[in-house]
Write a protein that binds this ligand. Sequence first.
Ligand code: AMP
Ligand code: TRP
Length: 333
Amino acid sequence: MEQQRKRMLSGIKPTGKLTLGNYIGAIKQFISYQDEYELLVFIADLHALTLPIDPKELRENTKNLISIYLACGLDPEKVILFKQSDVHEHAELGYVMTCNSNMGELSRMTQYKDKTAKISNKESIPTGIFIYPALMAADILLYDPDYVPVGIDQKQHVELTRDLALKFNSHYSETFKLPEPVIAKTGAKIASLSNPTKKMSKSESDKGTIYLLDDVNISRKKIMSAVTDSDSIVKYDLENKPGISNLLTIASSLSKKSIEEIENEFVGKGYGEFKKYVADIVVDELSLLQQKVKEIQESGIIDKVLAAGAEKASYLARKKLNKVYTKIGLRKR
Ligand code: AMP
Ligand code: TRP
């Protein structure tokens, strides 16, 4: 007999531009889940409002994020792909979960503490960042997933989700399944090109970060001027040669060649030639990705995919919210 597949859910916040680090470290791996699990993926656009964001930028980020996921192979026939704000039950259960939480639980969230530590005037801390884990709990609990793949920084929020579910279940009777966080087997860690002991990220430095949708010529220049060491041996050695090691990791992740194979090809050759080799691989990969993104954006498929996804997600979310509203007394039995 065929076993029921486990259900998995994850959300991605449409803030900022996706980088080569996200691509190699997360997106490519994530796509592989769609064959193994019943997968729901949503664009967490309500979460993008927790800090001020320009509407134009939010629209642009959302469109690019969906396009990149589709271009990388997320298959809307297999996955329920939708936008959080299209399914109003997220905000509604979010409110219920806010009421089901207390100030202590939310104040203890590390991300909240980190993000607000820098704000000197405590009066001006946006309320959204404080209550955001309650909304995240709702995002998850609406669909009863078995697993929630997240980055390590989000693990605590999934644990809070379990606590809130448990609290609700014991107060009102069994309603929510307790989800398990899955910390993705880390894909390769990609470092900044300008500061190779730091992670490549939007916040680290623009010079050291390759953005997936930027002009590939800019990306080529960034790779050609990547910080390396002063000898000229292409060899993986994270401690003494972090820059070269990073370039080897990038080239190997994108080319299916092992690091040793690449090292062997460059015995006796200089860094200039090696950087050009890495730049060619990255530029080829990103050109292809950008071509697919363009086709997807021109095809008008995005709206259709999101409409179909919202319909499927709404069906599940509506059933769950009805149940919750009935249990807490907002609806007649
Ligand atoms: P972030 O953009 O930091 O929220 O990360 C989103 C996902 O991309 C997480 O799963 C991260 O682990 C992954 N990621 C981000 N930056 C890198 C990087 N430089 N190398 C590898 N993975 C990364
Ligand atoms: N908070 C997550 C992040 O910042 C995004 C997110 C929102 C999420 N709701 C979720 C992730 C539900 C998993 C499940 O990355």
